[in-house]
Design a binder for this molecule. Structure first.
Ligand code: NAP
Length: 341
């Protein structure tokens, strides 16, 4: 696929709520944005982002009856395409997606932000030049990486990496659930789950939580929460739905089973920034550092960021969408200021 000679106004990398919202705004500003949605290289990274792994979304305003994550992303991209967004597919740049989000689309493998216009390289052979770039590649939830864990996560079988997204589902009501992790996320997710569950086991590989003191106290004060110290999950049991987890004691090596009706993995997230090859600064956890915390600007003029790749705190569809909107408006104003579009 040859290098495109035209210079793009704005390339958007990523296709979660941040990416598609940026596309909607940029398209409505007549910038004809080009989105590189990425491809399903692994089970954790999908075009459409983390929501593609989410069953019912009940906390996104405007959907009083809820909506599934994939359905929501379907609506987002259709809205973006309606206003002239173009997409980097394996067949080239297209303004339609033949099979919806199942259309094979290109993943950005590298960018050159040291030259102007910027250069963006897709893994399907498409190379484009663009005045502005919006990075909305998100963060992938870390999983244990076990076969049965992934099978049940993909099939909605009661394994999830987001309690806030999935915890309120009826399948988890009044059940004994387990959360893996010892950080603030695990405690927060576990505490949240106690609203619905009969009990929440906090499975941690050490005998001390990593979570902040105040969060730790929430565990000890909550009669519905029980830490299982020095334990790792070595397998997830269940055919269509999880029924138990297999645990191994990290001190004694003893293996046991614990019956649970749901498993939530909260062992951190990894922002997707490898393709940047160090051209933007990231913090100690790998999240891109903003030039101004209230904007979407970075240390490189014309490069904007939105969504979970820059947000280690909120990580919600609605906040990512809000950041996508900010990035598109920042890009539009910057392009106009520079007389580039
Ligand atoms: P985190 O602080 O990195 O904690 C990850 C936890 O998962 C650790 O306890 C770690 O165990 C455990 N873990 C990692 N890999 C594992 C594996 N393969 N198997 C079993 N356990 C594993 O991540 P986080 O909890 O997502 O927090 C990320 C950041 O967001 C933190 O800075 C946190 O303060 C912040 N945050 C804040 C709030 C809040 O204040 N309300 C809420 C959520 C997150 P070890 O402890 O043994 O390393």
């Amino acid at each position: 696929m040859p290098e495109s000679n035209a210079i793009e106004n704005v390339v958007i990398i990523g296709s979660g709520p941040a990416g598609w919202t940026a596309a909607i705004y940029a398209a409505r500003a007549a910038l004809e944005p080009l989105v590189f949605p990425g491809r399903a290289l692994t089970k954790e990274v999908l075009p459409g982002g983390q929501l593609m792994l989410t069953t019912d979304v009940e906390n996104y305003p405007g959907f009083p009856d809820g909506v599934t994550g994939p359905e929501m992303m379907d609506l987002f991209y259709k809205q973006a395409l309606r206003f002239g967004t173009r997409v980097a597919t394996d067949k080239g740049i297209s303004n339609t997606l033949e099979y919806g989000l199942h259309t094979p689309c290109q993943e950005v493998t590298s960018v050159d932000l040291g030259t102007r216009p910027f250069v963006v390289n897709g893994d399907g052979g498409l190379t484009v030049r663009s005045h502005a770039v919006i990075i909305a590649t998100g963060a992938k939830a870390n999983w244990l990486g076990q076969e049965n864990e992934q099978r049940l996560a993909q099939s909605g079988g009661g394994v999830s990496a987001c309690a806030v997204c999935d915890g309120a589902l009826p399948i988890f009501r009044d059940k004994e659930l387990a959360v893996v992790g010892g950080g603030d996320s695990a405690v927060e997710e576990g505490t949240y789950l106690t609203k619905f569950a009969s009990k929440v086991y906090l499975v941690h590989r050490r005998d001390q939580l990593r979570a902040s003191k105040i969060m730790q106290q929430r565990v000890f004060d909550n009669p519905k929460m029980e830490p299982l110290w020095n334990k790792v999950v070595i397998d997830v049991i269940g055919d269509k739905h999880i029924t138990a987890i297999k645990l191994k004691d990290t001190k004694t090596g003893e293996e046991t089973e614990k019956e649970v009706g749901g498993l939530f993995i909260a062992i951190g997230h990894t922002p997707i920034t490898q393709f940047l090859n160090g051209q933007l600064d990231v913090d100690e956890k790998g999240y891109i550092i903003l030039k101004d915390p209230y904007r979407s600007t970075t240390k490189i003029e014309g490069v904007f960021v939105a969504g979970d790749v820059v947000d280690s705190v909120y990580r919600q569809a609605v906040t990512a969408a809000g950041m996508g909107c900010k990035a598109a408006i920042d890009a539009e104003r910057w392009l106009a200021e520079k007389g580039l579009a």
